[in-house]
Design a protein around this ligand. Structure first.
Ligand SMILES: Nc1nc2c(ncn2[C@@H]2O[C@H](COP(=O)(O)OP(=O)(O)O)[C@@H](O)[C@H]2O)c(=O)[nH]1
Ligand SMILES: [Mg+2]
Length: 304
C-alpha cells in the first residue's frame, strides 16, 4: 500500500513540461531553463521556498559539474535531495513506545486537522499489537468531539476517559493518567482542543496540559504529536511553527495525503520545525494510517 499516491507524480509532471526531452536529452545536460521549470513544479507541489531553493541550488551545482546528463541522474539527484531533507534533523523518526507504563501520547493540532481520527486509527493499531490502550477526551471545547472520540474508543476496544463539555482539559489528562496507572494501561492517548490556534489562549491551555501531565507522571508526555492537514499548503507550515513554539513537539502526523497531489508539504513542515514525520493519514477509514517511511514516500512522490 502506498504512503501517498499523487494523481500525477512529480516526475510525470516534469515530463509534461518537456523538461526531460528538451532540457536533458536534447541538450546533453540540465540547463538553467530546465532547472527553472523544476523550481516552479516544486513550489506548486508545496515544498515551500526554503526547501525548494536549497534543492534547486544543489541541482544547479551538480549540473555545473556535469553530473546531471541523463534522466536517471536528474531523478537520482532529486530523490537524494528530498530524502536528505526528510532524514536530516533531530528526533527519532520511528514511533517507539517507551518501556515505561503507561506511555503517554499527547495529540495536538487545529480543529479539523484530523486529530480524533488519527487517535482512533492509532488506538486500533496499538490494540492490534496487543496493547491495553486508553484514550482521553481532552477536547472539551465541543461536546461533539467527546462523543466522536468515544465512538472510536468503543470500536477499537480502548478504555475511554470522558469529560464534561467545557471541562478543564488538564484535569481530564490528569485523571486519565491516574486511571491508566491504576488499571495497568500500556498507552494513554490524549486528545486536545484545536480552536483558535492563533490565540495565546489555546497555546496557554496546551502548555498547561503538558505541565500537568509531567507533574502527574515525570517524563510524560513521551510523545507530543502534531497533526497537520496535508491539503492546506503553507498554512500547515505556519501552524507547525505556532504549536512547536508553545510545546515541545516530538513528531508530526500529516493527514489527508489522499486528498492532495502536492506532497511537498511534508518536506516543508519537517524542515520548518525540525521534527520527524511519524505517520501519514491517507483516508478516513481505520486502516488509512501509515508509519512514515522516507524512501517509500519519496518514491511515491516522484514516481507515484
Ligand atoms: N480524506 C481524509 N480525511 C481525513 C483524514 N484524517 C481525517 N480526515 C477527516 O477530516 C475531518 C476532521 O477530522 P477530525 O479527526 O474530526 O479532526 P480534529 O478536529 O482535528 O479532531 C473528518 O471528516 C475526518 O474524517 C485523512 O487522512 N484523509
Ligand atoms: Mg477532534
Amino acid at each position: 500500500m502506498p504512503l501517498f499516491k499523487p494523481k500525477r507524480s512529480l516526475w510525470q509532471r516534469l515530463k509534461d513540461v518537456a523538461l526531460l526531452d528538451v532540457g536533458v536529452l536534447a541538450r546533453g545536460g540540465v540547463d538553467a531553463d530546465s532547472i527553472a521549470q523544476l523550481e516552479t513544479l516544486l513550489l506548486e507541489a508545496d515544498f515551500g521556498v526554503p526547501v525548494t531553493m536549497r534543492l534547486i541550488g544543489d541541482l544547479e551545482r551538480q549540473a555545473k559539474r556535469g553530473a546531471l546528463k541523463t534522466e536517471a541522474e536528474l531523478l537520482g539527484a532529486l530523490r537524494d535531495g528530498i530524502v536528505g531533507a526528510l532524514s536530516a534533523g533531530n528526533g527519532d523518526p520511528a514511533f517507539v513506545l517507551p518501556a515505561d507504563k503507561p506511555a503517554v501520547v499527547l495529540v495536538l493540532g487545529v480543529n479539523g486537522a484530523g486529530k480524533t481520527t488519527f487517535i482512533g486509527k492509532l488506538a486500533t493499531r496499538l490494540r492490534g499489537d496487543g496493547k491495553r490502550v486508553m484514550v482521553a477526551a481532552g477536547d472539551t471545547f465541543r461536546a461533539g468531539a467527546i462523543d466522536q472520540l468515544r465512538v472510536w474508543a468503543e470500536r477499537s476496544g480502548a478504555d475511554f476517559i470522558g469529560a464534561q463539555s467545557g471541562g478543564d482539559p488538564a484535569a481530564v489528562a490528569y485523571s486519565a493518567i491516574d486511571a491508566a496507572v491504576t488499571r495497568g494501561v500500556d498507552v494513554v492517548i490524549i486528545d486536545t482542543a484545536g480552536r483558535l490556534h492563533t490565540s495565546e489562549g489555546l497555546m496557554d491551555e496546551l502548555r498547561k496540559v503538558a505541565r500537568v501531565i509531567a507533574k502527574r507522571l515525570p517524563g510524560a508526555p513521551h510523545e507530543s504529536l502534531l497533526v497537520l492537514d496535508g491539503t492546506i499548503g503553507q498554512n500547515a507550515v505556519q501552524q507547525a511553527r505556532t504549536f512547536a513554539g508553545a510545546v515541545p513537539v516530538t513528531g508530526l502526523v500529516i493527514t489527508k495525503l489522499d486528498g492532495t497531489a502536492r506532497g511537498g508539504v511534508v518536506v516543508a513542515v519537517h524542515e520548518a520545525i525540525n521534527v520527524p514525520v511519524k505517520f501519514v493519514g491517507v483516508g478516513e477509514q481505520v486502516d488509512d494510517l501509515r508509519l512514515f517511511d522516507v524512501e517509500a514516500f519519496v518514491s511515491d512522490l516522484l514516481e507515484g
